[in-house]
Design a protein around this ligand. Structure first.
Ligand code: F6R
Length: 608
């Protein structure tokens, strides 16, 4: 989704803006632009296509002296990718210029009125309406004008605004779209995400919805919509610039796959103390947890797949019904949620529009919300009753890997925590499982050593057109994730099926050479899944099997086998997913795909 940066300070802003935008490229975009104030005039430079085109066009920003400016990478929502629709958008009189992430939901009626009043638009975007309103409502007072525009617009927005009449002042607002402020002696900066700010500073302000930010080179002030000044604590970001760089790897995705042992250690360790679960971050009463009527797990994409694993585990341990739901469906389904329900929301970015809206709906029905989130201070974290952060660090590759794995580790701990409170398992059982959970990083270190072998296998599958992933129970949940990983980065058509369901239709697609990955790590169901593998093999499928070290596999039944260490059933999904991430990565590599930024995808999906 769109990325925003803005700077006002004591040095030329253009290089800061361009560097910031390059660190937001991971969000996905189709055009880029910047605007600066030079000699009291607003200058806009923007272009369709890759950011490097803009950077070359501007000679890395070296031609501008201006110390105030805004920048944007656009992911098209209203109007196709084009030079005209690229941000920033100037008002007709040239006084104001705006960058925007989000959607102005009432833009059509606002635009119609403005056209009737004689305003001429030069783009198809919803954003240009904001620029037009700033011009229309301008009374000489920058703050009041911004406030008046906010009274009129509806929807979600992070906005960066500058005005030619105020070459030292910068305004920004945030409502349901990410935005943070960076504070430094050289100047102050806004951005959609931390990596953009890190080259300047690690001191930031997190912002809340409906806050207005006024920045100068020396000061940042935060106001509510009524103009009351708000206090904010400075947060120091612990990770440095290199955490958001490739560090010698070819792609962020493989770097992030390799970082999983550390990310898991950082996520698991603080939650375990003296062999017990230490959830300082959770304050649901024991009474609430004992009397939960049901649990809903709500998320999108890979985070939803974590929920599918969670359903199997929580139902097994807690003996409570668990409904795992895609957020975009949940929000329009009149969900059966009560004040006795626990809703677990899972999101790496903490900004996914559908997940955020689903959370709000569940909350309005009285449910308690526990979120599992990677980005501190994100919208989902801000409005949840309790938050468990995944300490995965910045995840830049669009396809999630380390965030997924850390979410999974927290789901195990949540399952144990709730089940012990409910009384379906005792503390000895929890202590035993905790020991297993602590072993996950070490096991994954071992599995990562398979990377060269999987790379070789991947070459053999690089020219496939279709792939099928089959498994039962949590093997099925991992099949869903494995299939998504492969298709989103390699563009190979791929589907995941519950292994027993294949013969109810899909098996008709299996023919000589069809690629089928059988996931059979759940020992309880090994034989059942292997029967389904035999069914596809009998129809000529090329079969890859993922199973545990000790399982007995007849060589005639499969073409290739990947084995994971033999481990406790609870943590098996964490081990099983890693070779699948590697497989997806290496197949996409062999196909020469744009792995970190697959076409049409965005990292943080802030539109519904
Ligand atoms: C796939 C992937 C997406 C995200 C989904 C939810 O590799 O990354 O499917 O899992 O867009 O995003 P978050 O977790 O930010 O809510």
């Amino acid at each position: 989704m769109c990325g925003i940066v803005g700077f006002v300070g004591r040095k030329p802003c253009a290089p800061v803006l361009l560097e910031g935008l390059s660190r937001l490229e991971y969000r996905g975009y189709d055009s880029a632009g910047i605007a600066v104030i030079e000699n009291n005039n607003i200058v806009v430079k923007k272009t369709k296509g890759e950011l490097k085109t803009l950077i070359n066009l501007l000679d890395k920003g070296s031609n501008f002296k201006s110390e105030i400016g805004i920048g944007h990478t656009r992911w098209a929502t209203h109007g196709k990718p084009s030079n005209e629709n690229a941000h920033p958008h100037k008002s007709m009189n040239g006084k104001f210029v705006v960058v925007h992430n989000g959607i102005i939901e009432n833009y059509a009626s606002l635009k119609e009125n403005l056209i009737n009043e004689g305003y001429v638009f030069s783009s198809e975007t919803d954003t240009e309406v904001v620029a037009a309103l700033l011009e229309k409502l301008y009374n000489g007072n920058f703050f009041e004008t911004v406030s008046k525009v906010l009274d009129v617009i509806e929807g979600s927005y992070a906005l960066g605004i500058i005005c030619a009449d105020f070459p030292d002042e910068f305004y920004a607002v945030r409502k349901a779209s990410p935005l943070i402020v960076g504070l430094s002696d050289e100047g102050n900066m806004i951005a959609s995400d931390i990596p953009a700010i890190l080259p300047l500073t690690n001191k930031i302000y997190y912002l809340n919805d409906n806050e207005i930010i006024k920045m100068t080179a020396d000061e940042v002030e935060i106001f509510d919509v009524n103009g009351n000044k708000l206090q904010r604590e400075v947060t120091e970001i612990k990770w440095d610039v290199s955490a958001a760089e490739k560090g010698g790897y070819k792609h962020f995705m493989i770097k992030e796959i390799m970082e999983q042992p550390k990310a898991l250690k950082d996520t698991i360790e603080p939650r375990i103390k003296d062999g017990k679960i230490n959830f300082e971050d959770i304050d649901f009463s024991d009474e609430f947890l004992k009397n939960i009527d049901c649990i809903h797990i709500v998320a999108c994409g890979s985070a939803y797949h974590v929920g599918v694993v969670g359903k199997y585990i929580i139902e097994d341990l807690a003996r409570k019904p668990v409904y795992v739901e895609i957020a975009s469906e949940f929000r329009y389904s009149n969900p059966l949620v009560t004040d006795k329900s626990l809703v677990i929301v899972i999101s790496q970015s903490g900004e996914t529009a559908d997940t955020l809206e689903a959370l709000k709906i569940a909350k309005s029905k009285g449910a308690k919300i526990l979120s599992i989130v990677n980005v501190v201070g994100s919208s989902i974290a801000n409005i949840s009753d309790n938050v468990l952060y995944t300490w995965a660090g910045p995840e830049i590759s669009v396809a999630t890997t380390k965030a997924y794995s850390t979410q999974l580790s927290l789901i195990y701990l949540v399952a144990l925590y709730i089940s012990e409170k409910i009384g379906t398992i005792d503390s000895d059982f929890v202590a035993e499982k905790i020991k297993e959970i602590e072993k996950i990083p070490g096991y994954i270190e071992e599995i990562l050593k398979l990377a060269p072998e999987i790379e070789q296998m991947a070459k053999r599958y690089a020219y496939l057109e279709h792939a099928y992933f089959i498994g039962r129970n949590f093997d099925y949940a991992i099949a869903l994730e494995a299939s998504l990983k492969l298709k989103e980065i390699s563009y190979i058509h791929s589907e995941a099926y519950a292994a027993g369901e294949l013969k109810h239709g899909t098996i008709s697609l299996i023919e000589e050479g069809t690629f089928v990955v059988g996931l059979a790590c759940n020992k309880d169901l090994f034989k059942k899944t292997m029967s389904n593998v035999e069914e596809v093999k009998a129809r000529g499928a090329e079969v890859m099997l993922i199973t545990s070290e000790n399982m007995d596999v007849s060589e005639s039944m499969v073409d290739t086998v990947i084995r994971i260490p033999d481990c406790d059933k609870l943590i098996t999904p964490s081990l099983e997913v890693v070779p699948m991430q590697l497989l997806g990565y290496y197949i996409a590599l062999a196909r020469n795909c744009n792995i970190d930024k697959p076409k049409n995808l965005a990292k943080s999906v802030t539109v519904e």
